[in-house]
Design a protein around this ligand. Structure first.
Ligand code: PHE
Length: 468
């Protein structure tokens, strides 16, 4: 990312160069942040948890969580990163020094290192499913299939640990290669082309979904809240997903924020990233649910939902094999850019704190993650009855895969986000915040109040409710 803005001085040439630098840095931030945010969370996870939690009311709570919890915290994270100017742990350290606060605050960034590691272990397994479906679509296996045979393809994949391991390995390798080389410039270019392409393909599937005759039903499923279907655990899932889908509570936005030029609005860029992320998730919902209803499938089918519905659409639409192949390739890219941002914090931490070089820390972190991923793979087949913490009511019936997902998205990320909100809202000086945010006083006050009072209280209440 360019530093040209910092050397802006002198003649018109310099000014033009500086302006370009500024622009490309703002764009670079948006690309990197969107690349991290938009991923399997939007296309795989959002539709299936919406299906499991009854639709409309859940979506409404999720949107509220994005706006009133996620967005304020994203701004807080970017602010910490830009003010600290370093990796998350060191940014926290710099700020606590500056403001005379306890150095223990830097452990907030430490939670992120752990969460990223745990998430990537199973994220990579799902990324592997997407890789596997590229082959399935490209070889025309989806064409004209019934819902049953599409379902059989999916259960065949889940029941085959060797195949799952192979694709999980490929996905982890893809992530490790980019992280080890430490270059993100090529990736940013890729994001700027592939994200819009994914968007267009989603629109194509939505277009097809409109012809199924069940589009209206899907729209009312997604947007007509029926609060009798909403449970307290559903609220926790919605809140946790807001963190997961925006890549919050992990210090990622701090890391990217450290590249943001001083005169770029943190609020506007955060709104842009959150909006894009939300639009992609809602489009995925509009693509999938008409197909669910048109084929009499179960909305609450769980993690396999998109792999049992989208292939049906690709099997029926004109040029479906081509669109299907393209779609899964783009899904891999979306997952890849997110996967990179999941591994990065741990690798950076190993480099900074343990003095390992980049290659070695990537290898160490990546292989450990890959090993843990094997447990998730086995929990889909051979260990599908194993519920390690099943003795606690909260974890009853949760496999290793379910447990990792729950622990990270619903506990670690909200906890990390809660601490960020408390740190920025209650411990940083107001002057520092006003300097970084430079927004109109009214908007600033609104953000500040939400971050101080609403966000921590909301997260705490949802937590406590679910514990007891
Ligand atoms: N936001 C990513 C997604 O929606 C996943 C992710 C979570 C990435 C947390 C980084 C940190 O797929």
């Amino acid at each position: 990312m360019s530093n040209a803005y910092s050397s802006a001085a002198g003649g018109a040439m310099d000014k033009a160069a500086a302006a370009r630098g500024l622009w490309s840095s703002r764009l670079a931030f948006i690309l990197a942040a969107t690349g991290s945010a938009v991923g399997l969370g939007n296309i795989w996870k959002f539709p299936y948890i919406t299906g499991e939690n009854g639709g409309g009311a859940f979506v409404l709570v999720y949107l509220l969580c994005i706006a009133a919890v996620g967005l304020p915290i994203m701004m807080a994270e970017v602010l910490i990163g830009r003010r600290g100017g370093h990796s998350p742990v060191n940014s926290m350290r710099a700020i606590t020094n500056q403001e005379g606060l306890k150095p223990a605050w830097r452990w907030v960034a430490g939670i992120g290192v752990l969460a990223g590691f745990l998430i990537l272990s199973f994220y990579s397994v799902i990324g592997g499913w997407a890789i596997s479906y590229v082959g399935t679509a490209a070889t025309g296996q989806l064409a004209g299939q019934s819902a049953e045979s599409i379902g059989a393809i999916f259960s065949g994949l889940l029941g085959d640990p060797i195949k799952l391991l192979l694709w999980h390995t490929v996905f982890m390798a893809l992530v490790m290669i980019v992280v080890a080389r430490g270059v993100r410039s090529g990736l940013e270019r890729a994001v700027s082309i592939l994200m819009p392409a994914l968007f267009v393909l989603l629109l194509i599937v939505v277009g097809y979904a409109m012809t199924t005759g069940h589009f209206g039903q899907a729209v009312s499923f997604l947007f007509q809240p029926d609060f009798s279907k909403l449970t307290t655990s559903g609220v926790l899932v919605a809140l946790g997903h807001a963190f997961f889908t925006l890549s919050l509570g992990m210090g990622i936005m701090m890391a990217y924020g450290s590249y943001l030029p001083k005169n770029i609005s943190i609020a506007k860029t955060s709104v842009a990233v959150s909006l894009m992320d939300t639009v992609v998730a809602l489009l995925a919902g509009l693509a999938i649910f008409p197909i669910v209803f048109a084929n009499g499938l179960e909305p609450g089918a769980g993690p396999g939902l998109i792999f049992q519905t989208l292939p049906l659409a690709f099997g029926q639409m004109p040029m479906g094999s081509l669109f299907g192949t393209l779609f899964f390739v783009l899904l891999i890219f979306a997952a890849w850019t997110s996967g990179i941002s999941l591994l990065e914090p741990l690798v950076e931490w190993l480099e900074e704190q343990k003095g390992m070089n980049r290659t070695l820390s990537t290898l160490g972190a990546g292989i450990a993650c890959w090993l843990l991923g094997i447990a998730s793979i086995l929990s889909l087949n051979l260990w599908s009855d194993v519920a390690p913490l099943g003795m606690f009511a909260m974890f009853e019936g949760k496999t290793i895969f379910d447990l990792l997902d729950f622990l990270t998205a619903n506990i670690l990320l909200p906890l990390g986000g809660l601490l960020v909100a408390v740190f920025v809202g209650w411990f940083l000086s107001r002057k520092a915040l006003e300097e970084e945010l430079s927004m109109s006083p009214a908007v600033f006050t609104a953000w500040y109040r939400v971050l101080r009072y609403f966000t921590p209280v909301a997260v705490a209440i949802v937590f406590i409710y679910n514990l007891v």
